[in-house]
Design a protein around this ligand. Structure first.
Ligand code: ADE
Length: 232
């Protein structure tokens, strides 16, 4: 997969993309990530990228020209152009799975007060990482990249993400490791039983209990009154 990121602050990505699993995925050649400072594409003699809003109001608005030119330079037939914005479609694991099957993502990070509305016409998709407003699209772009890369074949073991929260629409089951007792808190005995069928049942029940308690919005009622996952 190839990922291009349009940002005025490419240095924000350096550490994140040179650490841990993303670093390994890049080294193995499973993903190629490039950041592009679209200020370099500005045709303005002072490399201006923003201006005051028509109709008045505070703050500066990102202009069309630098972003249009930068996207047009990078875009191929198979590219998906994605704008990070708080008014985009909420990012869910299902969407992340879809994105992990693409071959080329172009992520556009907004900044300042906002961007010229016409920039939306360049995009195949607009994504929000939550109902709060950040100073720019850089952190949301990192979130998208991290969530997508871990699903690429060869990055982590398939079993690792098949057990993820949200993979099948429910939350994850609880995990424990050594020691068996820590400050009086014991590991549930079923996990020490070696009975794989029982362990699987226990984990399923715990995941369902947690989903019901914390995220009832992920559940729906079936025809016979059963509680089902929204996904089913
Ligand atoms: N830019 C600013 N806030 C954002 C958010 N919540 N999601 C995506 N992009 C953003």
């Amino acid at each position: 997969m190839k990922i291009d990121i349009l940002t005025l602050f490419p240095e924000m990505f350096e550490e994140v993309f040179s650490s841990s699993i993303i670093k390994r995925a890049r080294e193995k050649g499973l993903v190629e990530i490039s950041c592009h400072n679209f200020r370099e594409d500005s045709l303005d003699p002072h490399k201006k990228v923003d201006d005051t809003p028509y109709g008045g109001g505070c703050g500066m608005v990102l202009m069309c020209q630098p972003i249009f030119d930068c996207v047009r330079k990078l875009k191929k037939e198979n590219s998906k152009v994605i704008l990070l914005t708080p008014d985009g479609e909420p990012l869910h694991q299902k969407k992340v799975i879809d994105l992990s099957k693409e071959s080329h993502l172009i992520l556009i990070c907004g900044h300042y007060e906002g961007f010229d509305e016409r920039i939306r016409t360049l995009c195949d998709m607009e994504l929000s990482i939550g109902d709060y407003v950040l100073t720019g699209g850089e952190f949301p772009a990192m979130v998208v990249v991290d969530a997508v890369i871990r699903l690429l074949p060869g990055v982590i073991r398939q079993e690792s993400f098949e057990n993820d929260s949200f993979y099948d629409g429910s939350l994850d089951y609880p995990n424990y490791t050594k020691p068996r007792v820590f400050e009086g808190m014991e590991v549930p005995s079923v996990l020490l039983s070696g009975d794989h069928k029982k362990i699987e049942e226990y984990r399923k029940e715990e995941a369902e209990k947690k989903t019901k308690m914390r995220r009832s919005d992920l559940l729906k009622e079936g025809q016979d009154g059963d509680i089902l996952l929204q996904e089913d």
